[in-house]
Design a protein around this ligand. Structure first.
Ligand SMILES: Cc1ncc(COP(=O)(O)O)c(C=O)c1O
Length: 383
C-alpha cells in the first residue's frame, strides 16, 4: 500500500516518509527514525514538538471544555487575550482571535479598508501574506495570483527596505501598508530600523494604517516578543499565527487602543477563532517562552550560528531563530546532504537560500549537529 492516500488532495510535495510523532526538536517517521527539525513544521513548533507543558494544558482544557463560540465569555479566552497583550509589551491593546495567518491578514486588511474608507492597499515585492483574496492581493506571487484577476484588491508594490522608493511613494489613497518585517519566503530578507521608522512616519502622515505581518517573526522568534519591539516601531496592527499556540491552529490580530475604539461587536467574527484548546495552548506557549527565557536563547543561538556558519556559507541572514543560509549554487545539494543525515531545513523562493526556523528551545547539541553536517558538506565540496 502506498504511504499516501489518493483521497487527500496533494498540495505540497511531502517528505518521502510519513511523520508519526514529534518529540522536542525531532520528528519521528514510521520506521522509528528521528529527524532533526530545523524547519520546525514550517516555523510552527515554537516550543518544540509536543512540549509537555503545552500538551498538558491542552489535555486539561479538553477535559473541561473543548469548544464554545464567541457567544459565550470563556475565562480561558479572556486569559489568553490578556496574556498575549501583556507578552507583546508594546502599544497593542486588544486582540481578535482567528485560525490562521491568512485569516489574520484578511481581517487586518478589512479593518483598514473599513476604518479609512479607502480601497487601495500597499505591500512589498517578494511579500507572502497568504492565499485568501485580500491576503493574496498583497502577496507578490504571480503564479498564485494569475487566476483571480479583478477579484484581487488594487495594491501598490514597493521595493522592501528601499528608502528612496518609500520616500517617492504616494500613500494618500492607501488604506493599509502591510509588511513582513523579515521577508521569510522571499529568502529571509531584512530591512533596517531607519527604514521601518520612515515607513511608520510615512503611513502616519498619509493616514494609512501600518500592518506588521508577524506570522513568522512574532511570538519571540526574533529574540523579542515581536519584530515591532525589535525595531522599536509601533504599527497599528500586528498579525500573528504559526507558533503562537505551538501548533494548535490559531491566528491573532493585535490592535492598538485607537483601532479597538473604532470597532464594534459584529464587525469581526469567526466560529472557531479563540477556541478553548487554542487559547489554553497559547497561554502555555507564552509561559514556556517566558519562563525558559527562550527569547534570550534565540538571540544567543543566532549569534552562535551566524559566527560558525559565516565561515562555511556565503552569508547568514535574518534575526533570532529565523535565519537564512545563503549557500549559493550549492544550496540545493546542501539541503539534500542534510536530508540524508536526517536534518530538515526549509527552502525559500531564492534557490540559494535555505531557511532555519527551529523550535525556540533548540539545543546546543542540535546546533552542533547542524554545523558538523554543513561543515562536512563544504569540506567534501572543497576536496
Ligand atoms: C509571513 C506569512 N504571512 C501569512 C502566512 C499565511 O499563513 P497561513 O498559512 O496560516 O494562512 C504565512 C504562511 O506561511 C506567512 O509566512
Amino acid at each position: 500500500m502506498s504511504a499516501y492516500s489518493s483521497a487527500l488532495l496533494p498540495t505540497y510535495a511531502p517528505y518521502p516518509f510519513p511523520v508519526v510523532a514529534g518529540e522536542g526538536e525531532y520528528i519521528l517517521d514510521a520506521a522509528g527514525n528521528r529527524w532533526l527539525d530545523f524547519y520546525g513544521g514550517h516555523c510552527v513548533a515554537s516550543t518544540g514538538h509536543c512540549n509537555p507543558a503545552v500538551t498538558a494544558a491542552i489535555v486539561e482544557q479538553a477535559r473541561q471544555l473543548i469548544f464554545y463560540s464567541a457567544a459565550a465569555r470563556l475565562p480561558v479566552r479572556d486569559a489568553a487575550a490578556a496574556a498575549l497583550v501583556e507578552f507583546a509589551g508594546n502599544d497593542m491593546a486588544a486582540v481578535f482571535f482567528c485560525n490562521s495567518g491568512a485569516e489574520a491578514n484578511e481581517n487586518a486588511l478589512k479593518i483598514a479598508l473599513k476604518l479609512t474608507g479607502r480601497k487601495k492597499l500597499a505591500a512589498f515585492r517578494g511579500a507572502f501574506h497568504g492565499r485568501t483574496l485580500l491576503a493574496l492581493s498583497v502577496t507578490d506571487a504571480p503564479k498564485l495570483r494569475k487566476d483571480y484577476g479583478s477579484l484581487l484588491a488594487p495594491a501598490l508594490f514597493l521595493h522592501f527596505g528601499d528608502a528612496a522608493a518609500l520616500a517617492a511613494a504616494d500613500f494618500s489613497d492607501v488604506a493599509a501598508v502591510i509588511v513582513e518585517p523579515i521577508q521569510s519566503m522571499a529568502g529571509v530578507i531584512t530591512a533596517n530600523t531607519a527604514w521601518f521608522t520612515a515607513l511608520r512616519e510615512k503611513c502616519t502622515q498619509a493616514g494609512a494604517l501600518l500592518i506588521f505581518d508577524e506570522v513568522q517573526t512574532g511570538i519571540g522568534r526574533m529574540g523579542a516578543p515581536f519584530a515591532a519591539n525589535f525595531y522599536g516601531v509601533t504599527p497599528d496592527i500586528i498579525t500573528c499565527a504559526k507558533g503562537m499556540a505551538s501548533g494548535v491552529p490559531m491566528g491573532g490580530v493585535l490592535i492598538t487602543a485607537r483601532i479597538a475604539a473604532q470597532l464594534k461587536p459584529g464587525d469581526l467574527g469567526s466560529t472557531f477563532g479563540g477556541g478553548p484548546l487554542a487559547c489554553a495552548a497559547l497561554i502555555a506557549t507564552l509561559k514556556v517562552i517566558q519562563e525558559e527565557r527562550l527569547m534570550e536563547h534565540a538571540t544567543a543561538c543566532a549569534r552562535y550560528l551566524r559566527a560558525a556558519l559565516g565561515d562555511v556559507v556565503h552569508e547568514v541572514r535574518g534575526e533570532g531563530l529565523l535565519l537564512g543560509m545563503n549557500a549559493g549554487v550549492q544550496a540545493q545539494a546542501l539541503k539534500a546532504h542534510l536530508f540524508k543525515e536526517h536534518i530538515l531545513v526549509g527552502g525559500s523562493d531564492d534557490p540559494a537560500v535555505l531557511r532555519l526556523m527551529p523550535p525556540l528551545n533548540i539545543s546546543i547539541h542540535a546546533l552542533e549537529t547542524l554545523l558538523d553536517s554543513v561543515g562536512a558538506f563544504t569540506a567534501q565540496e572543497a576536496a
